[in-house]
Design a protein around this ligand. Sequence first.
Ligand SMILES: [Zn+2]
Length: 355
Amino acid sequence: MSNPLTPQVLADPVSLTRALVDIESVSGNEKEIADAVQQALEGCGHLRVERIGHNVIARTELGRAQRVVLAGHLDTVPIADNFPSTMDEKIMWGCGTSDMKSGTAIALHLAATVAQPRHDVTYFFYECEEVEAALNGLRIVGEQRPELLEADFAVLLEPTYGAVEAGCQGTMRARVRTHGTRAHAARSWLGSNAIHQAGEVLRRLEAYQARQVEIEGCRYREGLNAVRITGGVAGNVIPDACEIEVNFRFAPDRSEAQAEVHLREVFGGYEVEITDSAPGALPGLTAAPAAEFLALTGAPPTAKLGWTDVARFAALGIPALNFGPGDPNLAHKRDEHVEIDKIVAGADLMRSWLS
Ligand SMILES: [Zn+2]
């Protein structure tokens, strides 16, 4: 089959978005799109291209003082009557238009057309972002070949509707347990009710004043919430155990260890088990390529409140931000779409940053 990513298509980020959307690539099925991307990039003499699994990494090697990464995932969530794409003058609809083939298309367009970028660039197109972390292509390559991710700054072209969203918050889940003594409900004074003890845990959560912190001009807003509660034995038994699951979203000035200490303080006197966590990422906007990028956008950055792959770069000591044409509120929806203007504006901005 001939490659739909022709030089003509690569030269136009809008046509390129559409061509990428029209190659079905639900997570786990990225072979065809990775083949097309690899082949298109191998046709560009100024790039060194590597393929690892269904991840395609293309690098310029111009000996520039700084190296930047532009990264985009190739996969989408399952199709929902929104494949292939449709389009009018203003809008393109279809699975992956917002999250994130429009962003991936901008990176691919720049890879193919900017032969002499101001900074060396590593273009990173990866598989399995929309599924469990164990399969994430960026994670796997970062572990197996960390040198391929080495850079001074990274831009992840996830949907931000053309704004800069810097860093990201960390997340931690924990189980807070109360213990009592079982007894027959008819003789409750012989027992101690673990569900009643949970009242104090819930009062602490209700009274909790979540911190807001400003880091490099980005306001991060923390949150500590109960997300599940379980307990009880039977209709005639005083329960001896209750468990409150809490989720803590923490600003990136706290490490995971500090977040854990904080949770143990808040729930002092109770058994606390940490079940899951992921670190946040500081915005890191002072690195020179980041500062240049921000100056070009002309808008103040905002904090990324969810967890994204920028944290993987931060873990390697590389400042990273999210910047993409899609509207994050449309990601994963049936009527997912992207505005043509946003694709054009995003590509123009990144082109002038790199040129
Ligand atoms: Zn995405």
